[in-house]
Design a protein around this ligand. Structure first.
Ligand code: NAD
Length: 256
């Protein structure tokens, strides 16, 4: 018996990294998983990995910044699995590291469109679907960059602070109707995104682990499974009194 048996779970940005690990963890705990991403090859691979392990998954390509694509994604999830119980809004991009005054409007618009507007569009459609079946749980991927600033990453920092704002507001507005909404705030996690940030910051001279292990009080960057574990707990019935929270999973980073 899994704790998500018979439950329908949607995960965006699930072709790689934290999203893929979260999809595998939900499926391993009984959930029926709708895997979504703009990366078709990677997304199909995640769904195949789940099915090969005996789980149930479906893949649908969707760009979270596109209103129609998001609307079709949520409808398809409900059509495929009959309902929507848990949603993880994980799709995100990091963009370019540039001083504040040199940030381009294009970089700003792209990051806000995916990380903030994308999360907003998904949440609207997910809440609508969840209200039809008596509630559900949403987890949004913020970041330690949603809690503190990081020089060179102003659009990313703004987008991740905004995600916490959306999380709090939706939690307030739908708490009595059975929809819980929380955010997770990872520190450095070993993924493609962190590799890209480390390579930009050190002009390719250091790996993400070399650059970022010492910045975390635990002495290392995190593993994708360590973020997935928190997401699953927040979606589970064990977190029934937790909503509107922004929970760090950061090896002590924001405690410094
Ligand atoms: P990743 O780059 O490995 O995965 C991100 C996924 O999102 C990719 O598969 C990508 O194709 C997908 N994606 C990008 N734009 C999309 C769009 N418009 N529509 C749909 N899918 C899209 O990165 P990750 O590290 O696994 O990041 C996952 C989330 O965690 C992001 O929101 C990121 O900001 C957040 N996060 C990551 C870290 C870290 O250190 N890795 C730290 C804090 C927060």
């Amino acid at each position: 018996m899994g704790q998500f048996d018979e439950q329908a779970v949607l995960i965006t940005g699930a072709a790689a990294g934290i999203g893929r690990a979260t999809a595998l963890a939900f499926a391993g705990d009984g959930g029926n998983v709708m895997v979504s991403d703009i990366d078709i090859e990677g997304g199909e691979e995640t769904a195949n990995m789940i099915e090969q392990a005996g789980g149930k998954a479906s893949f649908l390509a969707a760009d979270v910044s596109n209103t129609d694509a998001v609307s079709k994604l949520i409808s398809a999830t409900v059509k495929t699995f009959g309902r929507l119980d848990c949603a993880v809004n994980n799709a995100g991009i990091e963009g370019k590291i540039l001083p504040f005054k040199d940030q381009t409007k294009e970089n700003f618009d792209n990051i806000i469109a995916v990380n903030l507007k994308g999360t907003f569009l998904c949440m609207q459609a997910e809440i609508d679907a969840m209200l039809n079946t008596g509630g559900g749980a949403i987890v949004n991927l913020s970041s330690v960059a949603g809690l503190i600033g990081f020089p060179g990453l102003s659009p990313y920092v703004a987008s991740k602070h905004g995600v916490i704002g959306l999380t709090k507001n939706a939690a307030l507005e739908y708490g009595t109707q059975g929809v819980r909404v929380n955010a997770v705030c990872p520190g450095g996690i070993d993924t493609r995104m962190l590799d890209s940030l480390a390579s930009q910051a050190t002009a390719g001279s250091q790996s993400s682990s070399e650059m970022m292990d010492p910045l975390h009080p635990i002495g290392r960057i995190g593993r994708v499974e360590e973020v997935a574990d928190l997401i699953l707990w927040l979606c589970s019935s064990k977190a029934s009194f937790v909503t509107g929270a922004a929970v760090p999973v950061d090896g002590g980073f924001v405690a410094q």
